[in-house]
Design a protein around this ligand. Structure first.
Ligand code: ZN
Length: 139
């Protein structure tokens, strides 16, 4: 398998781990947005939120919280950005499900989102209802 995160799990590619259990791994991002930028992954390969096993996802989230608290307490992060990208249009670069923990510090200069066009009108409740009906019909 050519997946870089699977190679990190197997030890083929070295990494700096901050937490590990039977199903999950947390390691520091080699190209960090801020100090302590960390990735939390399932050890088993899943590509996106759409195919990850639900029980494994719960374990990933439990690890995420454990590591987020450790980073907050140890590095003094005053805030934290938790992110997950899915698919190319969703900004996913490595096709192995992963959660980003990006600690935020006063004046760290990180801009997470660019400016978005300001809409003058809010969408109506009727339009929202039509969207919700499509979603609910499919669940
Ligand atoms: Zn993988």
């Amino acid at each position: 398998m050519s997946c870089i995160f699977c190679k990190i799990v197997s030890g083929e590619i070295p990494t700096v781990k901050v937490f590990e259990d039977d199903d999950t791994l947390a390691f520091l991002d080699v190209n960090p947005d801020t100090e302590g930028h960390c990735l939390v992954i399932p050890k088993k390969h899943f590509e996106t939120i759409f195919d990850i096993d639900g029980e494994i996802l719960k374990k990933v989230m439990a690890t995420l919280k454990t590591v987020a608290l450790k980073i907050k307490d140890s590095l003094g992060a005053e805030g934290m950005h938790i992110a997950n990208n899915n698919g190319i249009l969703g900004g996913q670069i490595v096709s192995h499900f992963h959660m980003h923990i990006i600690p935020r510090y006063e004046n760290d200069g990180l801009i997470m989102y660019g400016p978005r066009p300001k809409k003058d009108e809010k969408i109506s409740l009727e339009e929202l209802q039509k969207i919700a009906e499509k979603i609910v019909k499919n669940t």
